[in-house]
Ligand binder design. Sequence first.
Ligand code: FES
Length: 110
Amino acid sequence: MSGLSFHPAGPADGFAEGSITHLEIEGREIGLYLVGGTFYAIGDICTHMRARLSDGYLTGTVIECPLHFGRFDITTGKAVSAPCKADVAAYPVRIANGMVEVGLDSPETA
Ligand code: FES
């Protein structure tokens, strides 16, 4: 059985529109984005050669890797241009009591 656990990323009013924030939560590297008033969280390590996507360039809801310019859709984690083929994870984001929280699968042994 597995469940989702939410982890605080910071106060919701502490992020600027268009901001990109690198997070490390439970050993996972995650990029948190605020675009059009909505937060998105995706895996932050490029599936091509492991560059950090949060060091890249955001255009709308597409992040371009700083190393070889592959691109990912931040709303889904989907790789949308070469040389990237494999998607990165997409994580649910919620706001609870004014805090941005990122949801991670937490495997449980039942
Ligand atoms: S490391 Fe990201 S495109 Fe090559």
